[in-house]
Design a protein around this ligand. Sequence first.
Ligand SMILES: C[S@@+](CC[C@H](N)C(=O)[O-])C[C@H]1O[C@@H](n2cnc3c(N)ncnc32)[C@H](O)[C@@H]1O
Length: 241
Amino acid sequence: MGESLEKVRQHYDDVADIYDNRYNRNRGRFYYGHITSQVMDCIPASGHILDLGCGTGLFLKAYERYGGSGVGLDLSRAMVQRAQSRCVSSDFTMGNAEVLPFRDGCFDAVTSLLAFSYVRRPEQMLSEACRVLRPGGVIAICTLGKNLFTSGLPAIYSMAEAMKVRKIGMGSFGERYYDDREMKDLLEDAGFAGVQVRRCSFAHLNLADPFFGIARKIEPFVEEKVPRLAYNLLAQGVKQE
Ligand SMILES: C[S@@+](CC[C@H](N)C(=O)[O-])C[C@H]1O[C@@H](n2cnc3c(N)ncnc32)[C@H](O)[C@@H]1O
């Protein structure tokens, strides 16, 4: 494992015990519920899926409620352990999303939430994702997109690291943010068809009230009419039959 990936792994091992807290409270629950439902809409309701960078298993747990099951893969052992204790019909394994220890064509869908920006070789991850999908299987990725908001993040993350802030994602990990065109090209080059990329999320969980309340109200308008202000990017595609 390269040095920078080792740093990501170490960080998530260190914050695994507090990771779920950010999504337990009102704002976090709304934010995570929003992206979960967007990804859920892209995949079959009760299939067998692979969740890359699965963290503590929040998405797979939600998928199980719809009658589905899956496998979660993550770099961090501590995150995987939490996922294991949360989910009853899914399996978990430690690993790098760029090298998948699964046979060809064994999943109905591949998902990844809030992890793609850490991936060092996105082409490699997407080509592996395509390999393990059955023909007609779908991929759905939700990740921070490139915009005004994310352009300031590397500086904030470096500062937080220098100040030794113990907060999820607060560190300089060389994250990469993509624009819609780059994401579309990446998926198409990996062999996906019918690729669609759109923006979602405007109400950020770190916004204080009343700003969060306002952002939440206008989120559907922003996503539809001024998508460049929405900071997450949702990319989906289908493995050709
Ligand atoms: C912000 S967390 C998101 C976790 C989970 N998907 C969620 O929605 O709560 C990012 C996760 O991606 C994992 N990760 C980062 N790079 C990875 C890689 N190359 N392969 C596998 N997991 C990775 C981290 O260990 C961490 O658990």
